[in-house]
Ligand binder design. Structure first.
Ligand code: ADP
Length: 400
């Protein structure tokens, strides 16, 4: 019987899962799927690595399955549908590990209550991320669970990169720059040496461009600075999030437009970014296909702000050896990559147009002073690696 690791990523309305088999570098995805529309019309689907459906269920309109119901269904599916595989551990994507967690942690009741303390720092994500951990601790306390954080990779940043220019009393309450998408950056940091070992040991900016978008400066594979700060609404414009904003805008919205905190939250997280600027869609594919002026304005602003952030992160690094595009837009949109690279010629970037259209991995010319790459990220695999490593360490301790 072979061992399997499950990776869970719980959002507000979905529970995504992946199953990995094998050991060490040979971890392989076997099944992935999700329960979606948890509170409206829940549907479950699971597919094997070839895309063949291996599990399916729908509950109908108006059914509120919730995270607990979704988890029950998933656990039953995993127990009955695993065949010759034995579930040895579960890794969870957790958005916030605060200052305390700079690496993954095995979760017990005490750790869970420590992670609960970060709910106010990420109220839209942390409670959903913790829900399946809590439910599994109750239902299967013997099953090892590992929490992997989006913030952990950035704890390596120098103090100055993590600070806001606020009074000490506010900083001491945890109001500082944390950075997110850390599991994606860590995956790229581990993958890059196989593409460009010299650059990977040097100064690299990674562009994680998806529905959520951010950028990270790394030296020798360690985070030095990032575009996201206290929350995941900072930095670049995103699908529906505004990115960096003059804090004076918030005061104006409160004082002049008489908006309250929840109204402002909705505006900044759900109605801004590509959607707000274009008035058309939050989806980059739809904007690239549209001939409406709003679509072009949104794409141009997105590319412009990426360019500004690239200059800022190159300054934090004191120069630039490589740039990596990743996530939905970064991996798939040759047009957006081209726009960004053209704006960044001053940094020594020279695009190889044919290689870019072909999808890379290398999309810069041989003569380019900075090598540029399009590399798929894999946050789930990163979580599975961490979970396996944690279980292996526990085994060593148990037998040592
Ligand atoms: P999430 O942050 O939800 O994980 P993804 O990394 O899946 O997001 O990225 C989603 C974004 O990627 C969407 O804006 C989508 O339009 C964009 N995208 C996916 N494929 C393409 C493509 N071929 N060309 C342009 N954009 C794409």
């Amino acid at each position: 019987m072979s061992d399997a690791i499950a990776v869970l990523n719980a959002g507000s309305s979905s529970l995504k899962f992946s199953l990995f088999a094998g050991h060490g570098d040979a971890l392989e995805l076997t099944v992935r799927g999700q329960v979606e529309a948890l509170h409206t019309a829940p549907r479950f689907v699971a597919k094997d690595r070839h895309g063949k459906i291996v599990g399916e269920e729908s509950w109908g309109d108006g059914v509120k399955l919730g995270h607990d119901g979704a988890l029950d269904h998933l656990v039953t599916f995993l127990r009955t549908g695993l065949g010759e595989q034995l579930l040895t551990g579960v890794g969870h994507r957790v958005v916030h590990g605060g200052l305390e967690y700079s690496r993954p942690v095995r979760v017990d009741a005490k750790v869970l209550s420590a992670l609960d303390r970060y709910v106010p720092l990420a109220p839209l994500h942390q409670p959903h991320n913790l829900a399946p951990i809590r439910a599994l601790l109750g239902r299967a306390p013997e099953l090892p669970q590992v929490a992997c954080f989006d913030t952990a990779f950035h704890r390596a940043q120098p103090e100055v990169a993590q600070a806001f220019a606020l009074p000490r009393s506010i900083t001491d309450r945890g109001v500082r720059r944390y950075g997110f998408h850390g599991l994606s950056y860590e995956y790229i940091a581990q993958a890059l040496p196989t593409y460009d070992a010299k650059a990977a040991a040097g100064r690299v900016v990674v562009l994680h461009l998806g529905n959520g978008s951010s950028m990270c400066a790394m030296t020798n594979g360690r985070s030095v600075a990032s575009s996201m700060g206290f929350t995941a609404v900072d930095g670049l414009p995103m699908g529906t999030r505004c990115g960096s904003l003059d804090p004076g805008v918030i005061l104006y919205l409160l004082d002049e437009l008489k908006m309250d905190a929840r109204g402002i939250e909705k505006l900044l997280y759900q109605q801004s970014g590509l959607l707000g600027v274009s008035g058309i869609s939050s989806d980059m594919r739809a904007l690239l296909e549209s001939d409406q002026p709003g679509a072009k304005a949104a794409i141009d602003l997105y590319a412009y702000r990426i360019g500004r952030e690239l200059g800022s992160l190159a300054a934090a690094l004191g120069g630039l050896d490589a740039v990596v595009f990743t996530a939905g837009i970064g991996e798939n949109s040759a047009a957006l990559r081209e726009q960004v690279c053209r704006n960044a010629r001053w940094l020594g970037i020279e695009l190889d147009e044919a290689a870019n259209v072909a999808g890379g991995p290398r999309i810069s010319t041989g003569a380019s002073g900075v090598s540029v790459w399009a590399i798929p990220t894999n946050e789930e695999l990163m979580i599975a690696r961490h979970t396996l490593a944690m279980l292996d360490r526990a085994d060593v301790r148990a037998s040592g």
